[in-house]
Ligand binder design. Sequence first.
Ligand code: HEC
Length: 125
Amino acid sequence: MRSGSPSSRDDMGVATCGLLMLALSLAFPGSLPAQSDTKVLYDARCGSCHGVGGAGDGAAAKALKVPLPSFTDSAFAAGRTDEELTASIANGKAPMMPAFGKQLKPEQIKALVAYIRQLRKPSAK
Ligand code: HEC
């Protein structure tokens, strides 16, 4: 949570984020922070391509010339191990999936793998 990382200082962003976190923690006492930290991270870093819900329909998705996987599709999650998902996030995947291994901590990538897994629709068919 408070790791004191020297990340970028964007006053507006920090204030907005702080307010959002406060509102969320008031709304869902006890369920924070791991889950919502990861959601904020996913929405900011991945959602533009993968879509906030993981369906591969983010705003940037149309500009990409390659199809995006749908994290909501049970076949996707079933066909990948955690190690494979971790490797894809850390190392990227040609041609358009960026590598995040240098920007994100291993535990953040681990949390994202878990987050992606729970985007799956329980009985998607
Ligand atoms: C610039 C757009 C873009 C962003 C940003 C992005 N991705 Fe992707 N991602 C892609 C594309 C395109 C693919 C499909 C790659 C392929 O199969 O050719 C992909 C594939 C994946 C896969 C599946 C890899 C596999 O095993 O087939 C995972 C998991 C993934 N992304 C996670 C993430 C996560 C987590 C983030 C945020 C930290 C993220 N992506 C950010 C474009 C993006």
